[in-house]
Design a protein around this ligand. Structure first.
Ligand SMILES: Cc1ncc(COP(=O)(O)O)c(C=O)c1O
Length: 402
C-alpha cells in the first residue's frame, strides 16, 4: 500500500530545520559544533510575560477554548499596538490571532488562492512561502533580487513577471534570510504598482522591531489608504519578544479575508493556545525594557561579526540592517575549495570546520549561505575563525563537488 500522499512526498522539508537537526545529531555524538542555523532569539522570554502566563493558568482563565479568532482582549491589544506602532486605526474584525505567524500565512494562502493563482515571491525568500503557496493550489512565481541591489526587487522586475493570473505580491522586510529592509521610497513605488495592477499585498513584518544603525522600518500598509486596503499584515510575538515556543502570530487586514481566515482556523486549530494568548497580551501592553536590550545585543553582535565575516576569503557580504541573519555570497569560496554545490559546501563546513550554517539553496539563492547571529559573541567569533581557517587550509579537502 502506498502510505504517503504524492503531495507530501513532493514537499521539501524546511532546510533550516534539517540543518539544525544535523547539527544537533553531531553534537550528541560528542562533536564540538557551533550552531548558527537558529532562526530564533537566544534569549529567555521576559519574566513579566511568563508571569502573565502563570497567572492565566492559576486563575483558570487558560483552561478553556478561546474564540477561534483569538481572545477579544488580545485583539484589543493588537489594535492599540497598530495605533501606536503602525500609526493607523484598525477594527477588531480586521484582526486574527493565530498559532504562530506561520499559520497566519498558511491560513491566508488557503483563504485567497484558487487553483493556479500566482503569488509573486521575491528571492531570497523565507523557506516556507513557496511550499505554503503550493499547498493552497497556487503557483509561486519567483523574482530573484540580486546581491548587487541589496537583495531587493524593483518594479521593473515585478512588471516582467506579472500575468493575468497574478493575485498576490509577497514582501518580507526586514527579510529572512538577508536582513535587508526596503526604504519608504522603494515600498511606495512597489505599493503603487500593486494598486495599479489590482493585486493583493502580503506584508510579512515579523522582524519589524529588529532594526539597526540608522535604518528605519516602513510598513507598506501605512503608506496610503489604497495600499492599506489590499494589504494583509503578518506579524507576531516570536521574534520581537523571544517567544518562538509560545506560537502566537497575528494577521491584520481586510475584514472579509480575516473572516475567511477565521473560518479556516476554526476548522484546523480551533484557537491558538489560551496560555500563550494571555502571555501575548502582557508582551504587547507590558514593560518593554527587555525588548530593547535584546535588540541592542543583536546590533552589537552584527557590528562585531560583520567585518570578520567579510574578511573571510571568498565571502562577499552586504551588511544588513535588520533581523538577525547574514547572507554571504560564497561562490568564490566554493571555487577555492573545489565545490560547485552550496549544500555540499555547507555540509563540508559543518563536518570539517564544526560550524553549522544553512544552505542558501532552500531560500532560492544557491550562491549564498545563511548564518544567524542569534548566539553569544564568543561562539560567533570562534565560528568565523573556524570557517576562515578551513577556507585557508589546503584546498584538497575530502569533498570535491556537488
Ligand atoms: C520571515 C518569517 N516569517 C514568518 C515566520 C514564522 O514565525 P512564527 O514563529 O511566528 O510562526 C518566520 C520564522 O522563522 C520568519 O522568518
Amino acid at each position: 500500500m502506498k502510505k504517503i500522499s504524492d503531495f507530501v512526498l513532493g514537499m521539501d522539508e524546511s532546510v533550516t530545520l534539517a540543518a539544525a537537526n544535523r547539527a544537533k545529531q553531531l553534537k550528541s555524538e560528542g562533536r564540538d559544533i557551533i550552531d548558527l542555523t537558529l532562526g530564533q532569539p537566544d534569549f529567555k522570554t521576559p519574566e513579566n510575560i511568563g508571569n502573565a502566563a502563570i497567572a492565566a493558568i492559576q486563575n483558570g482563565k487558560a483552561s478553556f477554548y478561546t474564540q477561534a479568532g483569538g481572545l477579544p482582549e488580545l485583539k484589543a491589544a493588537v489594535q492599540s499596538y497598530f495605533a501606536d506602532f503602525y500609526g493607523y486605526a484598525i477594527e477588531q474584525n480586521q484582526v486574527l490571532i493565530t498559532t504562530g505567524a506561520k499559520f497566519a500565512l498558511y491560513a491566508y494562502f488557503q483563504s485567497v488562492l484558487d487553483a493556479d493563482d500566482e503569488v509573486i515571491i521575491p528571492a531570497p525568500y523565507w523557506v516556507s512561502y513557496v511550499d505554503q503557496v503550493k499547498m493552497a493550489g497556487g503557483k509561486p512565481v519567483i523574482v530573484k533580487a540580486t546581491q548587487e541591489n541589496h537583495f531587493k526587487v524593483t518594479v521593473a522586475q515585478l512588471e516582467a513577471v506579472i500575468t493575468d493570473k497574478t493575485k498576490v505580491l509577497l514582501l518580507n522586510s526586514p527579510s529572512n534570510p538577508t536582513g535587508m529592509i526596503y526604504s519608504k521610497e522603494e515600498l511606495t513605488a512597489i505599493g503603487n504598482w500593486a494598486v495599479e495592477h489590482d493585486l493583493l499585498i502580503l506584508a510579512d513584518d515579523i522582524y519589524c522591531h529588529l532594526i539597526y544603525g540608522d535604518a528605519s522600518f516602513t510598513a507598506i500598509s501605512s503608506l496610503s489608504e489604497d495600499i492599506r486596503k489590499r494589504t494583509m499584515v503578518i506579524n507576531g510575538a516570536s521574534k520581537t519578544y523571544a517567544m518562538t515556543g509560545w506560537r502566537i502570530g497575528f494577521a491584520v487586514g481586510d475584514s472579509e479575508i480575516i473572516s475567511a481566515m477565521t473560518k479556516f482556523a476554526s476548522q484546523t486549530t480551533s484557537n491558538p493556545t489560551a496560555i500563550s494568548q494571555y502571555a501575548t497580551i502582557e508582551a504587547l501592553t507590558g514593560d518593554k525594557s527587555q525588548i530593547e536590550f535584546m535588540r541592542k545585543t543583536f546590533e552589537e553582535r552584527l557590528n562585531t561579526i560583520y567585518p570578520l565575516l567579510a574578511d573571510i576569503p571568498g565571502f562577499e557580504v552586504v551588511k544588513p540592517n535588520g533581523a538577525f541573519y547574514l547572507f554571504p555570497k560564497v561562490t568564490k569560496a566554493m571555487e577555492m575549495k573545489g565545490y560547485t554545490d552550496v549544500t555540499a559546501f555547507t555540509t563540508a563546513i559543518l563536518e570539517e570546520a564544526g560550524v553549522a550554517l544553512v544552505t542558501g539553496a532552500g531560500f532560492g539563492s544557491p550562491e549564498n549561505v545563511r548564518l544567524s547571529y542569534s548566539t553569544d559573541m564568543d561562539s560567533l567569533k570562534v565560528a568565523v575563525e573556524r570557517i576562515k581557517n578551513w577556507i585557508n587550509s589546503s584546498n584538497q579537502s575530502s569533498g570535491t563537488s556537488n
